[in-house]
Ligand binder design. Structure first.
Ligand code: ADP
Length: 640
């Protein structure tokens, strides 16, 4: 457990503990009296008259659910006032957000010209013609499903892999997809940098596999050792360059000034390794911009040398980070020919001397997908690709969205070693033992309140202003709040640390600033609700994990969140498929419209809340369907 500042225990014992989803004791009258330690009055949102039009037969609308469509734009009560924040911290957060917005605006300026016919039609050095895959938005559909795919050999290139090098969801996806492909009899090898900060104890049998790989670099070559090891059964190759650049000895995965060169080197090394070892996989599956140069190198350098068989699937996990570089990337990797690559139908980013690696991945790969059908559409058609909308439209015939799956073995409340008590949908009462354990661990008051959680990177993408608002909203509206998060921007970390200091004495909240593999599962299991108020969300795994652990998600309807969470009161899905609370507007009113309904339901309609927990647990967000989509894509592009 990560360290946190101990705080005093609430002076008074709180109301009796309800089972998950069961009503608070009569005497507690909802949250009243539950917040003595907090010193704040707790009044549950006033119930509104249920509407016949929106009253489903088994789960009538929550008290907070107004009749008609969600009234996010209707006037909302003024938000509870958080204690004032240190001005310097606030300014820092705003500066960070402004810098980010500036970068995003700059990226948006790039509007690539339509692709020239030659690139996608097999001109010398260009990729094989893209497959005629049905257009995106949303994609794919069942038409991708085709039975009888032969055993395939798949090499994945990734900057992350759970649990050895995990920053976010990408790591889980590569691990889960790799496992699922193997379970279906396919051959999978995962290539990644040998970071000095790998979680070594998760790697078995790490030994040099290719001692003297000489990776072409700036006209010379870097001596590289490739190690083999298994990570939870997956066969992995780790690349260790021996040079003064110390590309992967930085104590971190990302966030270095020379990230573009670090990962350009990784791509060149990976292709050189495939070539030198005579591997001819059916599929090279690249993940995110860090590996986007691989298809460029494949079709521009290695295919003419004899690496003719592989076809490339490029999965974009987030359009926000694209890998911008200059001609140094071309010189270092040996691609050279700036006049060729700076062309806007290849890697040219619009601004003079600027290359966009993700764009290269899109142009040169045989199939491109992002990680949910809705995000695929948002990126291509609704300005969500940070400047690459035109490129996506030009290549839409080979572009789609495939929802991420969740590894059911790793995320399993029946076996998870970090839980205080194991449970299934049939024994959901035991979930409460985890709630109690979480409270003990975080020194939270043991009372009748629901626990609302946030787990995730502290990145502006995640809607941090709404996360911050939710902390105070929950404290003032009869709920406890737990946050586990860390950010790449020191200003944002500091901002949340300042909030933590402010509310440190409050027995109804705990903010854990940092990354903790052990604490996260206990929060998923111990919380009642999990908020994901993202500005945009390619897929989002936290809501999927929460549901697997019977924790009800409260999400903004964007990207993969819109594809996986269906509102209890307003969804047009059958009742048994409704699994959470959804809001649309990226503002406080939107968040409160959903959060208030969720908290009110917890107190006033415990049976419905419990049903929602069960619905969430019974959703199938396993890899079963997504892996079939990937296999059909692989099958579609191989031998094209
Ligand atoms: P993203 O990839 O944008 O970071 P996702 O929701 O797709 O977001 O995946 C986040 C993954 O990282 C989840 O497995 C989540 O539990 C985990 N995670 C995020 N932040 C933390 C943290 N501070 N401590 C532990 N796990 C975290």
């Amino acid at each position: 457990m990560a360290k946190h500042t101990p705080r005093r225990r609430p002076a008074k014992e709180e109301a009796a503990n309800p089972s998950p989803g069961s009503p608070p004791p009569e005497t507690s009258a909802g949250p009243a009296g539950a917040g003595e330690g907090a010193g704040a009055p707790h009044t549950p949102p006033a119930p509104e008259p249920p509407s016949a039009a929106f009253a489903p037969p088994l789960m009538p609308p929550d008290p907070g659910a107004p009749p008609g469509p969600p009234r996010e734009s209707a006037p909302v009560p003024p938000p509870p006032k958080p204690a004032p924040l240190p001005a310097a911290e606030l300014a820092e957060l705003e500066r960070a957000a402004a810098a980010n917005a500036g970068a995003e605006a700059a990226a948006r300026q790039e509007q690539p010209a339509p692709i020239v016919a030659g690139v996608s039609a097999g001109e010398a050095g260009a990729p094989a013609a893209p497959p005629a895959v049905p257009a995106a938005s949303p994609v794919p559909s069942d038409q991708f499903l085709r039975p009888g795919i032969p055993r395939l050999s798949v090499v994945m290139l990734s900057p992350e892999l759970a649990p050895v090098a995990k920053i976010g969801g990408l790591a889980d996806v590569v691990a889960g997809l790799g496992r699922e492909l193997e379970l279906r009899g396919h051959d999978v090898e995962i290539l990644l940098p040998k970071y000095d900060c790998l979680r070594w104890h998760h790697i078995q049998g790490l030994t040099p596999s290719y001692q003297d790989l000489w990776v072409p670099w700036y006209g010379g070559a870097i001596h590289t050792t490739v190690y083999h090891g298994t990570v939870h059964g997956r066969r992995c190759f780790f690349f260790e360059p021996h040079s003064n650049d110390r590309f992967f000895d930085r104590g971190k995965v990302y966030g270095e000034a020379d990230d573009v060169l670090r990962f350009a080197f990784f791509c060149r090394a990976a292709l050189e390794f495939l070539f030198k070892t005579g591997r001819q996989p059916d599929i090279i599956h690249c993940h995110d911009w860090q590996t986007a140069l691989a298809p460029v190198l494949l079709y521009e350098i290695y295919e003419p040398l004899g690496l003719r068989h592989p076809r490339v699937c490029f999965t974009i996990h987030n359009f926000k980070h694209q890998g911008a570089g200059g001609d140094v990337v071309l010189r270092a990797t040996g691609l050279n020919r700036p006049e060729h690559f700076f062309s806007r139908d290849r890697l040219g980013a619009g601004a003079p001397g600027q290359l966009n690696l993700m764009k290269g991945g899109i142009v040169y790969s045989n199939f491109v997908n992002t990680v949910s059908p809705t995000y695929a559409g948002e990126a291509k058609d609704r300005g969500g690709a940070f400047g690459l909308e035109g490129t996506l439209r030009a290549h839409e015939r080979k572009y789609g969205g495939i929802l991420n799956g969740l590894d059911q073995e790793v995320f399993n409340p029946e076996t998870d070693p970090d839980l205080a008590a194991h449970y299934t949908a049939a024994t959901i009462e035991r979930k409460y033992d985890n709630k109690r354990a979480l409270r003990q661990r975080l020194l939270l008051a043991d009372n009748a309140k629901p626990i609302v959680a946030y787990i995730g990177r502290l990145d502006p993408q995640k809607g941090l202003d709404l996360v911050r608002h939710a902390i105070f909203y929950c404290i003032n509206h009869g709920a406890q709040f737990v946050l586990l998060g860390s950010g790449a921007e020191p200003g944002i970390d500091r901002h949340f640390r300042a909030i933590k200091q402010q509310i440190n004495e409050n027995p109804d909240s705990h903010l854990e600033i940092g990354y903790s593999e052990q604490l996260a599962p206990l929060i998923y299991a111990g919380a009642d609700l999990l908020i994901v108020p993202s500005r945009f969300e390619p897929c989002g795994l936290t809501q999927l994990i929460a549901m697997r652990y019977g924790t009800v998600p409260v999400v903004r309807a964007v990207g993969g969140l819109a594809d996986t969470v269906f509102d209890k009161d307003y969804s047009d899905r059958p009742l048994h498929e409704r699994n959470g609370y959804v809001f649309h507007h990226d503002n406080i009113g939107g968040l409160e419209s959903a959060l208030s309904r969720a908290i009110a339901c917890y107190y006033q309609y415990p049976d419905h809340f419990r049903q929602l927990m069960l619905n969430a647990m019974r959703c199938d967000y396993s890899w079963n369907v997504p892996v079939q989509h990937y296999l059909n894509v692989y099958d579609f592009i191989r031998d094209k």
